[in-house]
Design a protein around this ligand. Structure first.
Ligand SMILES: *Cc1c(COP(=O)(O)O)cnc(C)c1O
Length: 326
């Protein structure tokens, strides 16, 4: 899954890096898919659940994009369209998320419309889990069974169910196609992979210390002086803020790495700057590199302190942050 610019990592770079190890790439917007088509002329690309109108269908045919059909009405539109090339269709069953996808009856009706259509080259059956990253395994089993039984009733078709969490935690959902997203970028949504199986972060979000200040008991730091010193402490001001994509809701104590040692956020994050208590970091000085997430401090851990998930942090790193690829 390379949607949202490869979860903020740069879709072209992710595509090149994965190369032949991926049989295809999934995108969420027509513009994303068309942009990646320019970069990867011969790769299989899938446009995920979107508004299916004549414009979408025309572009899918011209750019050779696979398309998710998630409503019976869209299947009708597709079967009645005049397309230059037939499409590979991923027919989506709603199995409990209640966001996109069809009931069993609509799924069957859509399938019947599409198998005989000159606009359809191939049909793959898919669904998406609501609870694969939670301990409620029985919910995922039930949801998987909904796709299995709808699909079985229609014959023998390639299936695609699993996102990262299901790939890691629910092997019975593995089928012809898997759809890994966040795990490609080094976060384990189940939090269960350890030791040799642990995932490594791909993104390292870094900045530098631009000032150091000693504060004394009763001194506050940042807007509203949210963080207050109880004793003499050393505060580093770092050149990153919410305009760079560091979450403004990060709480005091959110970890970051300075010189390979942990330090903690102290005070409200501002637009261009954030402040951290670096009293316990050895040999700290202006210019030192700071890792906001990446090696030594996972995006998941930072996200947890801000009431969000790594997906949101990765996708919100802003355009003014310089990217270095290696
Ligand atoms: C984003 C997405 C995925 C990948 O989910 P992860 O949790 O990132 O692995 C899989 N399937 C669909 C339909 C998606 O939109």
């Amino acid at each position: 899954m390379l949607k949202a610019n490869g979860y903020g990592h740069g879709a072209n770079w992710v595509a090149d890096t994965l190369g032949e190890r991926a049989q295809g790439f999934g995108l969420a917007r027509l513009c994303e898919a068309l942009a990646l088509r320019e970069h990867a002329p011969s790769k299989r690309l899938l446009l995920l659940g979107t508004l299916v109108d004549d414009n979408t269908l025309k572009h899918c045919a011209e750019a050779r994009l696979d398309l998710v059909i998630h409503r019976l009405e869209d299947a009708q539109r597709l079967s009645g369209a005049r397309l230059t090339t037939p499409l590979s269709i991923w027919l989506k069953r709603n199995v409990g998320m209640n966001r996109l996808g069809m009931s069993h009856e609509d799924f069957v009706a859509a399938q019947q419309l599409l198998v005989g259509s000159k606009n359809v080259k191939e049909v793959i059956h898919m669904s998406h889990f609501s609870d694969a990253d939670t301990p409620r395994a029985e919910v995922t089993e039930e949801q998987a069974e909904r796709l299995f039984s709808s699909s079985r009733a229609l014959g023998s078709f390639p299936l695609s169910l699993a996102n990262s969490a299901a790939i890691i935690a629910h092997p019975h959902t593995h089928a012809q196609w898997q759809r890994p997203g966040i795990m490609l970028y080094g976060d384990d949504p189940t939090g269960t992979l350890t030791g040799d199986n642990a995932l490594r972060p791909v993104m390292h979000f870094k900045s530098r210390i631009i000032a150091l200040k000693t504060v004394y008991p009763g001194d506050g730091v940042g807007y509203g002086r949210r963080w207050q010193a109880r004793e003499q402490r050393l505060i580093a001001t770092i050149g990153a803020g919410y305009a760079d994509g560091y979450p403004r809701h990060a709480t005091d104590g959110t970890p970051l790495m300075v010189n390979g040692q942990r330090a903690s956020l102290a005070g409200r994050v501002s637009m261009d700057l954030l402040t951290a208590d670096v009293t316990d970091v050895d040999h700290v000085k202006v210019g030192d590199e700071v890792t906001l997430w990446g090696q030594g401090v996972s995006a998941a851990e930072v996200a947890e302190r801000c009431g969000t998930i790594s997906y949101e942090l990765f996708t919100q790193v802003s355009s003014r942050v310089e990217r270095y690829y290696d």
